[in-house]
Design a protein around this ligand. Structure first.
Ligand code: HEC
Length: 191
């Protein structure tokens, strides 16, 4: 008799969990999060590309990013519905006032790092996490060759000087290609 009750309860739990992640509604939230992640990613990437083209050393792009990444992030957020947000963060942060991380962010980023280490990683691994009314959607950002000019270990001395003066606490240097640089995360509150 007792066993029966336990079984029934676990069946209910299993079906409730399935509802979270695989219903049409759950998928719709994921897709919505991805849309906002792409908006921020695209806005920053377009600017970075244009400035790197103008000055391949990266110095001009660096000056631009230092002054404008925060503004661009705010502008993208202003276009989103009031129940949604999008931001970037990292385990090794450069702009710690604009891009801080919390415990959940750190846990997700460590999981991505572990997957990279275990060679099971794919940049398409979008992680969805629900806590209370808020669903977070994460996209990993991996270091590519172009990122090394400002996040690598052999920086142009001018870049290095400019970084030290703008971000005295900069932790986002010394990366290699293929490592996790950070994430873009969208937070969607149930509405
Ligand atoms: C021209 C220099 C430059 C290049 C190239 C560059 N970054 Fe950055 N990055 C910065 C600066 C400056 C900041 C801090 C300002 C900001 O974006 O908030 C930053 C911040 C970040 C952040 C936010 C977290 C933090 O540490 O503050 C992420 C994530 C990031 N960069 C990823 C990348 C990736 C991925 C690439 C390559 C596709 C890249 N960056 C290329 C200069 C650069």
């Amino acid at each position: 008799m007792k066993l029966k009750i336990v079984l029934v309860t676990s069946l209910i739990t299993a079906s409730a969990m399935a509802t979270e992640s695989s219903t049409a509604q759950g998928l719709a939230v994921k897709q919505e999060g991805i849309k906002y992640i792409k908006m921020l990613g695209k806005a920053l990437k377009t600017e970075l590309k244009a400035h790197m083209k103008k000055d391949p050393t990266g110095l001009e792009a660096l000056t631009f990013c230092t002054g404008s990444a925060e503004r661009i992030t705010k502008e993208v957020n202003a276009k989103l519905p009031s129940y949604a947000k999008v931001r970037r963060t990292a385990l090794k942060v450069r702009n710690s006032s604009a891009n801080p991380s919390d415990m959940i962010d750190k846990k997700i980023m460590r999981a991505y790092e572990a997957a990279i280490e275990a060679k099971t990683f794919t940049p398409k691994d979008i992680k969805v996490l629900k806590e209370g009314d808020v669903t977070r959607v994460y996209k990993p950002l991996v270091i590519k060759a172009v990122c090394l000019k400002c996040h690598g270990s052999q920086l142009n001395p001018q870049i290095s000087t400019a970084l030290k003066s703008a971000y005295p606490e900069d932790k986002a240097v010394g990366f290699k290609e293929g490592e996790l640089r950070g994430v873009i995360v969208s937070e969607i509150t149930k509405h």
